[in-house]
Ligand binder design. Sequence first.
Ligand code: ARG
Ligand code: ZN
Length: 466
Amino acid sequence: RRPAVLGRGAVVATVPVAVAALLTAAGPATAAGTVGASGVGDPYFPFAGNGGYHVDHYGLTLGYDPASRHLTGTAVLVARATQKLTRFDLDFKGLKITGLTVDRDKAAYKRSGQELVVTPSRALRKGQTFRITVRYNGKPGPVTDPDGSLDGWVPTDDGAFVAGEPQGAMTWFPANNHPLDKASYDFTITVPKGRTAVANGVLLGQSTKNGRTTFRWRQKEPMAAYLATATVGKFKVKQYTTRGGVKVYDAVDPREASAAAPVLKKLPSVLDWESKLFGPYPYRAAGSIVDRAPSVGYALETQTRPVYSSAPDLSTLVHESAHQWFGNSVSLTSWKDIWLNEGFATYTEWLYDEQHGGESAQKTFDSLYARPASDSLWEFPPADPGSGAHIFSDPVYARGAMTLHVLRTAVGDRDFFRILRAWAKQHRYGHGTTAQFERLAEQESGVRLDKLFKTWLHTKGKPGHP
Ligand code: ARG
Ligand code: ZN
C-alpha cells in the first residue's frame, strides 16, 4: 500500500485489449513445438513467467555485503516439465551468471532482456522433474515499473529493501516470475555479523562464524515469486508465538522502532480478527519488517511477513495482513484481476474501522462516492485498469473496495461474509479470477448480480447511485 497521492498521477495511454491480446498471441507467449513460451500470456506483463514447466521448489543461497552492495547467489529450482522441452526460459535480469546446469549437466544459455533462455544438453520429457542450478553474482538493483515505482532489490544505507511486486523478483533470483506459478522456498542468507537477513516463513536457525551470520528460512506453503523477500539491515528483532501457535518474527529498523512498536504490537489481534472474518490464517509464520527505504515509499504484503518502507499506521498493517488471505493464499491468475487483491485489502481496512469505533464502511463509501465524475477514481474499471501502469491506482484500490461494499449492500451481511469465507476456502493456496468471484457471489447469495458487477467492475466512469 502506498500513500494515495502516489497511486494516481500522470495518465498513461492504455493498451487496448485487442492490442494486448495480439501481443500475447503473436509475440512473446507463443510456444513453438518443444520450445517453452517466454511468458504465461499475461496481457499486462507479456514476458512475466514462462511456459512449459512449473517450479515446485526454490532453494536460494545468498550472500550479501551491504558495504560493496555485492550479492552472490546459487538458485536451485526443482521443476516439472508440462510439455516436451528442448528449450525453456527463466526470468532473470541483470546479475552475471557464472554457471548453469540442468540435472548436473552444463546447459547452454543466452540472455535477452528479462529472459534467460536455457537449452539443456538433452530434451526434457513431458512430465519430467528436473533441477536447474544457477550460480550468479553482481550488484543487484531495482527495476522501474510501468507506473514509475521501484521494485526488486533496493539497496539501503545498511542493507537492502527487497520487494518484488509485480516484477522485481527477477532482479535477485532466476524465477518463473508470475503469480500463476507458486512454489515452496528455502533461503540461506549470509550477511556481515550485526546485520539481519529476513525472508519469508519460519526461521530455522542462525549461526555466526568468521564475522558473518547465516540465516535459514523456510516458506513451506506455496508462494508467488513476487512475494519473496530477503531484506537485509541493522534490525531490532523480536520473536514470539501467538496463542494460536503462529510464529511471529518482527525485524525493525531502530530509527523506526518507536513509531512502529504500538502498531506491530497489534498484529496478533488483527490476525485473529481477520481469521474470524475470512477463515483460518493460511500460514504458520507471521511478522513484520520495517526497513527505512525512502526511495520505495510503499509497503508490500511479502508472504507471512509484510515489508514496510517506514513505520506503518494501523490501517496499513490491517491491509497487508488481509493480503495474506487475498493475494497470497488466493493468488491472481492475471495481473488484470489485481482488484481481487487490492480491493479486498482496502475493504478490510474499512471493515476494521467500522468494527473498532471508527467510521462505518457506508460513510467511507459515501465520501468517495461524492467525488465528481471527473475524478481519477472513475478513470478505469477496477477489473481492467488497462495496463501495468495502473495496477496500483485508485480505481483498483478504492473503487474495488466500493464494489465490495455495493455487493454487501445487495446481498446482506450474512451472505457477504459467507462469500468472502468461501472465496478464501475454495481457492486456498491456489488462484482465482474475477469471473470465478462473480459466480461464487451469485451462488452463495442466490441473487443475480450481473448488472452490479458489470457496472461496478467492468464499466469505466462514475456509476449511478446504487
Ligand atoms: N501490493 C502493495 C499493497 O498495496 C503495493 C505494491 C506496490 N508496488 C509497486 N511496485 N508500486 O499492499
Ligand atoms: Zn495492497
